[in-house]
Design a protein around this ligand. Structure first.
Ligand code: ADP
Ligand code: NI
Length: 214
């Protein structure tokens, strides 16, 4: 294995996500990698696997790269080109697959490494950065910020989740506020609590301003 595989992975992600402005830019991968590493240290997970899987977790995302999603072709070809051992490639591709499930079709990853990456990815969707990403996503997908006449949908499976044309504020109720209780590592859960509290105070401030009570 090459010494600089992490730097190479970073450049690869930067290149693939260079034109991405919907909350999945390459800094998202960097933040997920840093958070996942922190969780991995706390949980005693394998750091190399966690860091590589975190950096590559969105390079075959269903929405961004529908043509490579099924076979995880970007991640697989990157790792093969860097002579990464086949068994470890399979492990990383499984983590990426498990992290990508959405809505009520989400799965609990079967390894502690997968749990660290999934929790880190979810942590980046809550807190102040989570708020920023949600509005960036909404803007780039022609969504209203808020519409008092459209109520949130509950318990969406993966199909309805992807078909949904909800507002960004509804997305808080449909997904973001559920993430704290979906954490599967104790260290992820702890960070999620603070970020979830911030989301809730942001929402009450937003709605109070909207309703003119602030
Ligand atoms: P992941 O990083 O796991 O691929 P998603 O693709 O589900 O996560 O979401 C990426 C970011 O886009 C998250 O911060 C999420 O809140 C935001 N997002 C996804 N769907 C919506 C939506 N319908 N409205 C607003 N933001 C969304
Ligand atoms: Ni992600």
């Amino acid at each position: 294995m090459e010494e600089n595989i992490f730097d190479e992975a970073l450049s690869y992600v930067k290149h693939l996500l260079a034109e991405e402005y919907s909350g999945h830019d390459w800094y998202h991968a960097v933040r997920v990698c840093n958070t996942a590493e922190k969780l991995a240290i706390a949980e005693g997970a394998n750091l190399e696997t966690v860091r590589l899987a975190a950096l590559l977790h969105d390079v075959d995302d269903r929405k961004l790269f529908p043509e490579t999603y099924e076979g995880k072709l970007h991640a697989a070809s990157f790792l093969r080109q860097h002579n990464y051992p086949a068994k470890k490639i399979a492990e990383i591709l499984t983590i990426i697959q498990e992290v990508s499930f959405a809505g009520t079709d989400s799965v609990v990853p079967h390894t502690v490494e997968g749990k660290c990456v999934q929790d880190a990815d979810r942590l980046d969707a809550i807190g102040a950065i989570g708020v920023g990403r949600a509005f960036a996503y909404g803007g780039s997908h022609d969504r209203l910020m808020y519409d008092p006449e459209t109520s949130p949908q509950e318990n969406m499976d993966r199909t309805s989740y992807y078909a949904s044309k909800s507002t960004t504020i509804n997305h808080f109720y449909e997904k973001l506020l559920l993430l704290k209780d979906m954490m599967t590592t104790p260290s992820g859960r702890k960070i999620a609590e603070g970020r979830d509290a911030f989301l809730r105070s942001f929402l009450s401030e937003f709605l109070a301003e909207w309703e003119g009570t602030l």
